[in-house]
Design a protein around this ligand. Structure first.
Ligand code: SF4
Length: 66
């Protein structure tokens, strides 16, 4: 299992990543860059190789799934 991305990780902080989105309409599980399996609480993200992000998280690179 991959390690969880920390909010104070420099790359995460640069993109203002948080484990809990400030806007429920925009969160990692419905972002175009999320990877892994629907329903998992922690999932890989194309922007943070080798780490997993919270499905309910958010960062400034958020892009809605097409
Ligand atoms: Fe979440 Fe940002 Fe990755 Fe999208 S790009 S899945 S908002 S961490």
């Amino acid at each position: 299992e991959l390690p969880k991305l920390a909010e104070d990780d420099p790359q995460a902080a640069a993109l203002k990543y948080v484990h809990q989105t400030p806007d429920e309409a925009k969160h990692c599980a419905n972002c175009a860059l999320i990877q892994g399996n629907d329903g998992d609480e922690w999932r890989p993200c194309a922007l943070f190789p080798g780490k997993v992000v919270n499905a309910n998280g958010w960062c400034s690179a958020y892009a809605p799934k097409p």
